[in-house]
Design a protein around this ligand. Structure first.
Ligand SMILES: [Zn+2]
Length: 459
């Protein structure tokens, strides 16, 4: 009797294991099916690493950025458009892992969980992916960077549509250079610097320090700071670019006075400064559809006078991506609420069915409407008092802040410019970094202006 009961038990265990296995397989099919079907090892979809039969990738105006013909995956006609959009579109070899070709390959192949690869088999074409980028403006950005390493990002702060996303160095996916892995000029070429480049923010961070001061220290806007060319602490000094004498916050921001901002950071305190930065998206996951974005980081909670002084001028351990810089400017322009950026506008099946469409999504509030209005007026004053509007086409109403971010003692600093247009017709927020470019207002600002002018002119 005992052995019979054991056999029954064993039978039940077998049945349970088989059921668990079947359920596991079904769940895996549901969740992993797309990856299996579109794996680069699947010979029905890939020939020599090329995603054959995959749908078109187009820009916002319908220009084809990538398509399939005669079993070959080809890119935009213009070689500079191809290079400028390398990190967004990708290549044929999957070198740019964060690209649309790579991250949206399931859509491009026409695979879906219910119908499998039916769409591809019946139409010999996968789904079409429409992007939000404007390829001509991306080309302008690529040319404006002029062979220097860096990034340009522009987005519509009312809708979230990313209009320009350019990272350099880049290469033409139709003509990959032979020395790409040996030549220093291609260092970090596979990284999309817009979403994955982490840089010290330098003086662009003074905008966050200002926001923290407005919200946490009463009377800080009318306080007078004295700059004798440095901010002094018992642990060492923080140098300023000039001797500004007596300045108030508004003037200190326009002149980018380090002495005043190191003191402001100490008036605010590490905890409040970090909290304000986090409200603007530091230490938070920022989404860009299926495309990966690195987290920008800040840690200033320690109340060390010198360290906090450095943090207040963006020269501590703080690191930021050009995408977050753009979103921060978008939040200020948009009354304190950031709109989440996106790059894929729509995915349409070969049969004309809309499978995915981007929706405007507002992120959590960074600052109050009143604080945003005050910051906007200060960033507008930076142009009126310091940079001049002349870089931009007439009437665009630019607002923004430059940054010259020190990296290593013997290296030229990175040039930053982050800003937005206070303009209903052209609601653009933008950020530009030129690695080892030097002065932010002299080097990065003209790049930003050229790209934004081209965008406004094309509308
Ligand atoms: Zn100063």
């Amino acid at each position: 009797m005992k052995s019979a009961s054991n056999r029954i038990k064993i039978t039940w265990v077998f049945i349970a294991l088989s059921l668990a296995g079947a359920i596991f397989l079904m769940v895996s099919m549901m969740t992993q099916g797309g990856k299996w079907a579109t794996s680069s090892r699947n010979a029905h979809l890939y020939v020599n690493g090329t995603l054959i039969g995959a749908g078109n990738i187009t820009d916002a105006d319908g220009t084809i950025l990538c398509s399939t013909s005669d079993g070959k995956r080809t890119f935009a006609e213009d070689s500079e458009v191809r290079s400028s959009l390398l990190h967004v579109v990708g290549d044929n070899y999957g070198f740019i892992s964060s690209s649309v070709q790579n991250q949206y390959r399931t859509n491009l192949s026409g695979y879906n969980r219910i119908m499998g690869v039916w769409e591809l088999c019946n139409y010999e074409q996968g789904s079409e992916v429409n992007l939000t980028v404007k390829s001509q403006a991306c080309k302008t950005a690529y040319e404006a960077l002029g062979g220097r390493k860096g990034a340009v990002c522009v987005y519509n702060y009312k809708t979230g549509a990313v209009l320009v996303s350019v990272s350099t160095p880049a290469y033409d996916p139709e003509n990959i250079p032979d020395d790409i892995n040996d030549n220093d000029a291609y260092e970090g070429v596979y990284i999309n610097r817009v979403t994955m480049g982490l840089y010290p923010p330098g003086s662009t961070f003074k905008v966050i320090t200002t926001a923290a001061a407005i919200d946490n220290v009463s009377g800080e806007m009318s306080k007078t700071f004295y700059c004798d060319g440095a901010y002094h602490t018992s642990y060492g000094d923080i140098k300023c670019m000039s001797e500004h004498g007596n300045v108030q916050l508004k003037e200190a921001l326009a002149k980018s006075c380090n002495s005043a901002f190191a003191e402001i950071a100490n008036d605010v305190g590490g905890k409040a400064l970090q909290k304000t930065a986090e409200d603007f998206g530091y230490n938070q996951n920022i989404s860009l559809g299926k495309l990966g974005v690195y987290k920008s980081v800040i840690k200033t909670a320690k109340d060390d006078q010198l360290e906090l002084g450095w943090a207040g001028i963006g020269q501590s351990t703080t690191l930021v991506t050009p995408l977050l810089q753009t979103r921060i400017m978008g939040a200020i322009a948009n009354g304190g609420e950031p709109v989440e950026p996106y790059l894929v506008q729509k995915v349409t099946s070969a049969s004309g069915f809309t499978k995915e469409v981007a929706l405007t999504k507002t992120g959590s509030r960074a600052v109050s409407e009143e604080t945003a209005a005050e910051l906007k007026s200060l960033l507008r004053n930076n142009f009126e008092a310091q940079y001049g509007d002349w870089h931009f086409s007439e009437g665009l109403n630019p607002c923004g802040k430059s940054g010259t971010a020190e990296t290593e003692p013997d290296k030229t600093p990175h040039a930053w410019f982050a800003g937005f247009l206070d303009n209903e017709e052209y609601p653009y927020a933008f950020a530009v970094i030129v690695e080892e470019g030097g002065s932010g207002s002299e080097v990065a600002l003209p790049v930003a202006a050229e790209v934004v002018n081209a965008l406004a002119q094309a509308e």
